[in-house]
Design a protein around this ligand. Structure first.
Ligand code: GLA
Ligand code: ZN
Length: 688
């Protein structure tokens, strides 16, 4: 397995620490002194500073006050800590909003916001860009070569859009470029002949609005693409002074897993590494294992955004958040387990929001390393410290990869198109992300590493590519899938696929459009079932030995096998006996078509058999109890094995005949090993 270098030459530890806002405590120097006393006790080694500190750094236009940050950076250096230094553009000073109202965002219904909250600047405004560049240049000059600085944290959780006149002009300019200046091409792509929406002049084109045009799919899609483009453009503008003045420091921003507002594959191109903020609702009754698998997939996505390179967990909470519906406490062990899960899936850090809990405003009841208590004696402080101590023993995993042979295709543009589509269901049950998560979970529960990619990513090196609900097939994707399968790969796709092109125009001549030859099926119709209805998938003779029957629901494609072999049929309704599962030999590989949405039991048994047939590597050879997962990272000859028990009861896992060193116990183990309730164990092989 491949090993990458650390994010910065001075980083030799897994980063542990988090968002730290001393700018909230400048009037209480004793608090800051305590913060630094407590950092080593919590085994923290990294602080992300200045994230929302613009006013503290520039209290009035052109007057910069860096002394406090000099002091903090000096203390971090002296303590042997790393600094992740933020650019403060995520929240602007009141003076700036007051003097330059153009920096304030305009909503979809065309109202300009007043000053307030955060994450709400206009991403086009030249004034905002200029002010941000000035600030970033000063930060880069002052701290770009500081021994504590290891990473730039751009802004905070970029998101949302702006509909101001500047953004409208930028949208039109972007569209002109996209359609080569040809307004007829735009009209054709957006299908504007429908309801007489044809544009006769570029100036008539505006962003979608609930007060105007909001239902033209191609228009909505292009607006979302533009928002991604303009955010990336803003990121490049933010980064320019940092790259110029501090070229040795990598640049990132904190992403929000499957946040639907931005296509993160595009955004990631302008980042040196990917980092993300993770807030699972642990202990939600009956959902613990589901939450674990969903979180695993989100980690895998972040690894996928840089083609398998380690990412950083930039935020997570050592306690309940202030914003989830229910603020359940982390039960003993949960914090360490959740933290190490990130590392198991490719993170080289465990960072928190937040180091010290704020005293006022909306986040004062949000989990933190240092509580209002202010000492090292709290329960969560101790768990954070234990987690940090374990991370110190796992430092050798830095740069290691997972070598996944399977990938799930989760594509943002496809999601946008699916979510926007009217029909075949309009009751919120299309559930594209959840469908992808179910397929991923079927591999996760077997301890099989799985990447998350989109339709533009390379497919080489995979044995299995799973592309559920590929409603939109973007240019080149079908051709690359064909080459992948022809060369011996296995593809799994199915219902609601191959319906539209990149403009959301339906493929003429039969579904699944460009996937028809590869899958060997013609999907003539799609039936949407009421929530209380179901059908059955009745297995025939099949190479996977699946017995069934399985429950089908929500969506049933009515397909004809053209060149594909029929392995299962529907059990009920007027399409009883028609194909429900097919496989098509295509060159040296197979393309599966799962025509209906099924219960998870089908996916679990299907992938168990398919992955065995394809000999997909598992982290441990033996079976894993439900609610237990296993993951491997490796680099060169070294392997790290993570066993995670999400159950509140002890479990046992057979790790096989080879000897592994438990890094916490510093002893060798093989065969059956115990996992405590909510327990995590990390093993290492490569030395004995
Ligand atoms: C986000 C933000 C943080 C903080 C946390 C609270 O992730 O980036 O600033 O508000 O949420 O959970
Ligand atoms: Zn704007």
């Amino acid at each position: 397995m491949k090993r990458h270098s650390p994010i910065h030459p001075s980083v030799k530890r897994l980063l542990h620490g988090g968002d730290y806002n001393p700018d909230q405590w400048l009037h209480m120097p004793e608090i800051i002194r305590e913060d630094f006393r407590l950092m080593p006790l919590a085994h923290c080694n990294t602080m992300s500073v200045a994230i929302f500190a613009w006013t503290a750094l520039e209290p009035e236009e052109g007057r910069f006050t860096f002394d406090w940050l000099d002091d903090i950076m000096g203390r971090l250096e002296k303590g042997g800590h790393h600094a992740i230094l933020a650019t403060p553009s995520g929240a602007r000073p009141a003076w700036l909003a007051q003097k330059y109202p153009e920096v304030l965002r305009v909503t979809r219904d065309r109202h300009r916001n007043l000053f307030g909250v955060r994450h709400n600047h206009c991403f086009t405004s030249p004034v905002y860009r200029e002010k941000v560049a000035l600030m970033n240049g000063k930060l880069a000059e002052r701290y770009g070569k500081h021994p504590a600085t290891v990473l730039w944290h751009l802004s905070n959780e970029y998101g949302g859009d702006c509909h101001c006149p500047l953004c409208q002009d930028a949208f039109r300019a972007w569209l002109k470029k996209r359609f080569g200046g040809d307004l007829d091409a735009l009209n054709r792509a957006w299908y504007t002949a429908f309801w007489s929406h044809t544009y006769t002049d570029w100036s008539q084109v505006e962003s979608p609005s609930p007060r105007g045009e909001w239902i033209t799919h191609g228009h909505n899609l292009d607006w979302r693409r533009f928002v991604t483009h303009q955010t990336a453009d803003f990121i490049r503008a933010e980064s320019a002074p940092l790259r110029r003045l501090a070229p040795g420091i990598p640049i990132t921003t904190n992403l929000m897993s499957f946040y639907d507002g931005l296509n993160y594959w595009e955004i990631s191109k302008d980042l040196d590494l990917v980092t993300w903020d993770n807030y699972p609702t642990w202990h939600k009754p009956g959902e613990q294992a589901l939450i674990a698998s969903k979180t695993a997939m989100a980690h895998d996505l972040n690894r996928g955004l840089k083609q398998g390179k380690p990412f950083l967990l930039m935020e997570s909470s050592p306690g309940p958040t202030n914003w989830q519906p229910v603020g359940r406490l982390r039960k003993p062990g949960m914090h360490k387990l959740a933290s190490l899960q990130a590392v198991a899936h490719g993170s080289d850090s465990v960072l928190y929001f937040q180091y010290r809990k704020s005293r006022g405003s909306s986040e004062k009841l949000h989990g933190a390393v240092v509580d209002h208590l202010g000492t090292e004696h709290g329960r969560m402080f101790k768990e954070v410290g234990e987690t940090g101590a374990l991370l110190e023993k796992v430092a050798g995993v830095i740069g290691c990869t997972t070598g996944a042979k399977a990938a799930v295709v989760y594509d943002w543009e496809n999601r946008w198109a699916i979510d926007d589509a009217k029909g075949p269901r309009n009751d919120g049950l299309k559930r594209y992300l959840e469908e992808c998560e179910d397929h991923h979970r079927a591999l996760w529960r077997l301890g099989i590493a799985c990447d998350v990619i989109d339709q533009t990513q390379p497919l080489d090196g995979y044995a299995l590519v799973i592309a559920p609900m590929s409603y939109m097939v973007r240019p080149g994707f079908a051709e690359r899938l064909e080459a992948f399968v022809a060369a011996g790969g296995t593809l799994v796709t199915g219902f609601f696929s191959g319906i539209v092109d990149e403009h959301d125009l339906v493929h003429l001549g039969g579904w699944p459009g460009p996937l028809r030859k590869l899958t060997g099926v013609w999907a003539e119709e799609i039936d949407a079932l009421y929530p209380e209805e179901e059908n059955a998938v009745v297995m025939g003779k099949n190479p996977l030995g699946l017995k069934g029957p399985y429950r089908a629901h929500t969506f049933c494609d009515l397909i004809h096998a053209e060149t594909a072999q029929v392995l299962a049929v529907y059990g009920n309704d007027f399409y009883a006996g028609r194909p429900a599962v097919t496989v098509n030999r295509f060159g040296a590989g197979d393309a599966w078509y799962l025509a209906a949405r099924t219960d998870f039991r089908f996916l679990a048994e299907f992938y168990e058999a398919l992955s065995a047939k394809l000999a997909l590597p598992r982290a441990v050879a033996g079976p894993l109890p439900e609610g237990v997962s296993a993951a491997l990272r490796g680099g060169g000859d070294e392997r790290w094995l993570f066993l995670m028990n999400y159950n509140e009861r002890p479990e046992k896992v057979d790790i096989g005949p080879e000897k592994w060193r438990d890094v916490e116990k510093d002893a060798l183990f093989s065969g059956k090993v115990f996992l405590a309730p909510l327990g995590i164990r990390v093993f290492r092989r490569g030395f004995a």
